[in-house]
Design a protein around this ligand. Structure first.
Ligand SMILES: Nc1nc2c(ncn2[C@@H]2O[C@H](COP(=O)(O)OP(=O)(O)OP(=O)(O)O)[C@@H](O)[C@H]2O)c(=O)[nH]1
Ligand SMILES: [Mg+2]
Length: 477
């Protein structure tokens, strides 16, 4: 362990101490909600908060089922340095006359929900009602994939990025960047224009890989695709060079410049996120758009697999720090959730869940993950569809029905955003292992549905209650 680590660990311990002291007076849970872009974070948090505020029907959430949840309300958040999660705005867009999904978010944000409850046991109840603060932190999963960079040199990282860009399907997308790279010599004089152009071409390569058809998941550095407030910052103007892991750069060279920028990125971007936010979480939900990955084919599934191993590795990192030794384990429960389950008929939900479980177990094994309790489930935070059986000459089809968004299409049918449609989304394979080999083309049919018309005060959902019970249920004893 170097000095750097010791200083970092005392930094984290100081933050942990502050959390520990406040927890003595008012218990709080910091719940991290993450997932790659479009995974469903904003919709999940909005639905979670709404369901708790309105005491929605949540049969599996025991404390509420037992009538022990007295009231829930939003409170000003404790951390002034974090933007507030725009709950009211997201809710308004979902429930307004236009019924639209919330806008994409690009930033970390936080919301404090306070829940008052009657403790379970007679004796504890004697001391009055309990109060729990739940601090929900929404952050891009892309940032999580950066955490391993803290333990990698620039040379190692360059080597690994280049190796992965030389295999298909990435190779085809990396052409422009590779061409420019071939013109660069790490030993040449440091040149700002070259560094900038390399960074731009490298970012374009990452962005192309992220496109839906290819849907590649593990693409650090996270801020390149999800810059947040670092848009245009010099901290993002570096890129890999074609070097071996043991290369040493002479000062004044392009290699040295790139190495320095990489180190600044790690110390000024990755570490502050890790120490300031990530290492202080107690519970974590990782949202995964598994269906899009399955639909995009075997490369996307394999990429998601390796991203999950990396994510698991980050959580292991969290469990082994000094803080966890001093204050008990940090993140002690992690839930992986396949989102948008309402795009499949319920007869497929168990299969979707089995596929996710298989991926998660495999990732845990590969990352030698031990410690926190892990679970996996398929959910829909806001259910936009209902089920319908459609009879045709070929037989009966288990369909989902809802209002597809304007412009969505299946074959030659283009939807107008007003009419309801029943769609047969397809069947997942019976054996989860088979899905990991990639589904045949067009096995699944997805369209984007509009958010549901509210017929009661609360949103319909699928298994949101199971997620709440797993993430928070034990706090209401
Ligand atoms: N049918 C259905 N669609 C969903 C559900 N949750 C999310 N979606 C869809 O997924 C899209 C992305 O959801 P968001 O919650 O905005 O995802 P995010 O992870 O916050 O995305 P970024 O902010 O872009 O990182 C939404 O616009 C919806 O189209 C769900 O439960 N059911
Ligand atoms: Mg969002």
């Amino acid at each position: 362990m170097g000095w750097n680590d010791i200083i970092d660990q005392s930094r984290i311990a100081a933050g942990g101490l502050a959390d520990f002291a406040t927890n003595l007076t008012e218990p709080s849970i910091r719940l991290g909600v993450t997932g790659l872009s479009r995974a469903g974070k904003t919709v999940f948090i909005t639905a979670l908060v709404h369901a708790l505020l309105k005491q929605a029907r949540l049969p599996v959430f025991e404390a509420q089922n037992e009538g022990r949840i007295l009231r829930s309300y939003l409170e000003p958040q404790p951390n002034d340095d974090l933007p507030r999660f725009a709950y009211e705005q997201h809710l308004a867009s979902l429930t307004g006359p236009g019924r639209q999904w919330p806008q994409s978010t690009r930033q970390i944000s936080q919301l404090r929900l306070t829940i008052e409850f009657a403790p379970e046991s007679f004796w504890t109840r004697h001391f009055g009602n309990g109060k729990l603060h739940v601090d929900i932190v929404d952050y891009p999963g892309e940032w999580l994939l950066d955490l391993p960079l803290m333990q990698q040199t620039y040379q190692h990282w360059s080597h690994a990025m280049l190796a992965s860009s030389r295999t298909e399907p990435r190779l085809g997308l990396a052409q422009h960047w590779h061409q420019h790279l071939a013109s660069l010599s790490p030993d040449s004089k440091a040149d700002e224009a070259n560094a900038l152009q390399a960074a731009q071409l490298f970012t374009a390569y990452l962005a192309a890989s992220r496109q839906q058809q290819i849907s590649l998941s593990s693409l650090p550095p996270g801020r390149f695709l999800m810059p947040g407030d670092l848009e245009g910052s010099p901290l993002l103007s570096f890129a890999p060079l074609d070097v071996t892991p043991d290369t040493n750069f002479k000062s004044g060279t392009l290699g040295a410049l790139m190495e320095r920028r990489y180190q600044s990125y790690v110390s000024r971007v990755v570490k502050p996120f890790y120490f300031g936010h990530f290492a202080r979480l107690n519970r974590q939900i990782v949202l995964v758009d598994l269906m899009s990955a399955l639909n995009a084919g075997v490369h996307a599934v394999n990429d998601l697999r390796s991203a999950l191993v990396d994510v698991m590795g980050s959580f292991r990192l969290g469990a082994n720090t000094l803080v966890s030794n001093v204050f008990g384990k940090r993140i002690d429960r992690v839930l992986f959730a396949a989102t948008k389950a309402d795009l499949l008929h319920h007869a497929q939900h168990d299969k979707l869940e089995s596929i996710l479980r298989l991926l998660v177990n495999e990732a845990a094994r590969k990352a030698e993950f031990q410690g926190a309790r892990i679970d996996a489930l398929a959910l829909s935070a806001i259910r936009a569809t209902q089920e319908a059986t459609v009879k045709q000459r070929q037989g009966e089809f288990a369909c989902i029905a809802g209002i597809p968004e304007q412009g969505e299409a299946i074959a030659a049918d283009i939807f107008d955003g007003l009419a309801e449609a029943a769609i047969f989304p397809g069947d997942l394979p019976v054996h989860p292992q088979a899905a990991l080999q990639g589904l045949a083309q067009d096995t699944l049919r997805f369209v984007k549905f509009r958010p549901p018309l509210m017929t009661s005060e609360t949103f319909p959902h699928i298994r949101l209650d199971r997620a709440i019970e797993f993430l928070l249920g034990d706090s209401f004893k």
